[in-house]
Design a binder for this molecule. Structure first.
Ligand code: GLC
Length: 552
């Protein structure tokens, strides 16, 4: 009946975030496309990911790389046609994988016919599809998100002498969700893509749908009400399909986007605040910030799931940290001013970690075992580099490095949408998929191995989470535990994850006497640890060492 092995399939899934333009050019025009992606699905399957998340694929003038949509019912011409898209969706499903697409609900491009019509006159039938005002003094408490570019959330439109509202670039006017026609239209668009076979959506910029005077215009009750309607709509017509919230907020505010068991909102939401704290912990040589934020994370409904990630297509955002933590992160991870963008850092995973293989693997080992479904950002599985000197966030959206040939095997064209990274450390001449697939000690193999091991268990995607903390604060430890359920049967699983956050050996000691007699097995290496006894369990972790210990 369904292509999902369980109604909550997304809890077991490993996600792979992919920018079609950057992945593989199938027609030689210098832009990645669906034909190219089709030819690389085997690669993704080999890597061991389950659900592919595609950045916006709609027609767009590309002021914000497709997050400025000019037609919600078509495919960007650089990528191919609706038929090409459908072929990729089908091929993904044939491989037992799933696919979600980005849907930009909060705003459109200023080139969208709706906005062109809306701005044409105050009497336009679509005037009310956007947020217009005679003054730019309304909603003054709303923050500006693209701080480095925009000085106001209002832009004056000389055509009719009024201002329009936008939370992002001025070329991205916000839709007016107080208008029932807008609300309905977005549901129809959702149906259109679900009909095409997608398994769900990453819903962009959720907190900003409504505006109300005297508030910061984020997370308003009206926004939650609309999300509940969206969920009910999807649930009724398309059971099994998922909605993933992009709400860059504190844990308690994101929690609200899961709704309740009776009135659900999103199936999934990114855990933004944990992300920078993983990096913080490494520099501060203590687990403290990780423990604090996880303890501040409320429980979520039983069919809800966090999405965790280390990097994505945006700057590494520092919105969900304190001012002090932000300064610390900037100082240690973005010493060069050019590395900073808005409230974040425009660098990829490997350069952020000085290309230190131990730290890169350690953070991935945590990513795959923390509560939630992990998301890999394309290229990070081979430790691709970035280029901070390119515009905006383009330096972390460069072509995928496949092999040693021209343009890293990404394209035959002489001109690309964005040049391939070609520097001494991260350049494609020494860093690419082919090279890493030929080397069993490569990052690619390490990640594939971790994913293959993870796949054998349910505890990491579905299990409970509880810290177990030795006195030594350089060591992070937690339990992941799960029982079989009716939906997802299986035996009891219990894991102890241990990690050394520093570059020195670290001794630790835990009271594990409840499991006396058991011999922990590190499922990543197959290594058997000494049997647990009644006395404190002592161990020493290698620099940046990590272990997934199964304890029966
Ligand atoms: C989200 C996207 C980002 C985009 C913005 C506006 O934050 O991740 O890339 O610029 O929304 O749509």
């Amino acid at each position: 009946m369904s292509r999902y092995n369980s109604p909550t399939w997304y809890k077991d899934a490993v996600f792979y975030e992919l920018y079609v333009r950057a992945f593989k050019d199938g027609n030689g025009d210098g832009h990645g496309d669906f034909k190219g992606l089709l030819s690389k699905l085997d690669y993704l399957q080999q890597l061991g990911v389950d659900c592919i998340w595609l950045l916006p694929v709609f027609p767009s003038p590309l002021v914000d790389d497709g997050y400025d949509v000019s037609d919600y019912r078509n495919i960007h011409e650089d990528y191919g046609t609706l038929e090409d898209f459908k072929a990729v969706v089908d091929a993904i499903h044939q491989r037992g994988m799933t696919v979600i697409i980005d849907i930009v609900v909060n705003h459109t491009s200023d080139q969208h016919p709706w906005f062109i019509e809306s701005r044409s006159s105050k009497q336009s039938p679509l005037r009310d599809w956007y947020v217009w005002s005679e003054t730019d003094q309304k909603y003054r408490e709303a923050r500006i998100i693209f701080l480095d570019t925009e000085s106001s959330n209002w832009t004056y439109d000389p055509l009719t002498g009024e201002y329009y509202w936008h939370r992002f670039y001025s070329q991205q006017p916000d839709l007016n969700y107080d208008n029932p026609a807008v609300q309905q239209e977005m549901l129809d668009i959702i149906d259109f893509w679900l009909e095409m076979g997608v398994d769900g959506f990453r819903v962009d910029a959720v907190p900003y749908l409504f505006e109300r005077e005297g508030t910061n215009c984020e997370n308003l009750p009206e926004t939650h009400a609309y999300v509940r309607r969206m969920r009910a709509h999807v649930e009724a017509k398309w059971p099994g399909r998922i909605l993933l919230a992009e709400a860059n907020q504190w844990p308690e505010d994101v929690r609200a986007y899961f709704g309740t068991e009776d009135a659900p909102e999103f199936h999934m939401a990114f855990h933004f605040p944990i992300m920078p704290r993983l990096y913080l912990a490494l520099k501060q040589r203590t687990r403290k910030s990780i423990v604090d934020i996880m303890n501040r994370t409320p429980p979520i409904p039983s069919d809800a799931q966090w999405c965790v990630f280390l990097r994505n297509h945006d700057e590494l955002t520092l919105e969900m940290v304190t001012e002090e933590e932000r300064q610390y992160m900037w100082e240690h991870y973005a010493p060069e001013p050019r590395m900073r963008l808005n409230l974040g850092i425009r660098r990829r995973l490997a350069p952020l970690l000085d290309n230190d293989q131990r730290r890169i693997r350690l953070l991935n080992a945590l990513l795959f075992t923390l509560p939630g479904s992990p998301i890999l950002y394309y290229g990070d599985e081979i430790g691709m580099g970035d280029d901070i000197w390119r515009d905006d966030r383009n330096g972390v959206r460069t072509p995928m490095q496949w092999d040693y040939s021209k343009n890293a095997g990404f394209s035959d064209a002489d001109e690309l949408y964005e040049a391939v990274i070609d520097d001494e450390v991260f350049g494609y001449r020494h860093l690419n998929v082919i090279q890493q697939q030929a080397d069993p000690n490569s990052l690619w193999y390490a990640i594939r191995h971790m994913l293959a091991v993870r796949r054998n268990y349910r505890a990491f995607g579905r299990g409970t989470f509880e810290f177990v903390l030795p006195e030594n604060e350089a060591i992070l430890g937690y339990w992941r535990e799960v029982d079989g359920t009716e939906d997802v049967p299986g035996e009891h699983e219990r894991f102890l994850v241990l990690a050394n956050l520093t570059d020195e050996p670290q001794p630790g000691e835990l009271d594990l006497s409840a499991f006396a007699g058991s011999e922990p097995i590190d499922v990543l290496t197959g290594t058997r640890w000494p049997a647990i006894g009644a006395e404190p369990y002592r161990f020493e972790l290698a620099p940046y060492g990590y272990h997934w210990l199964r304890i029966r």
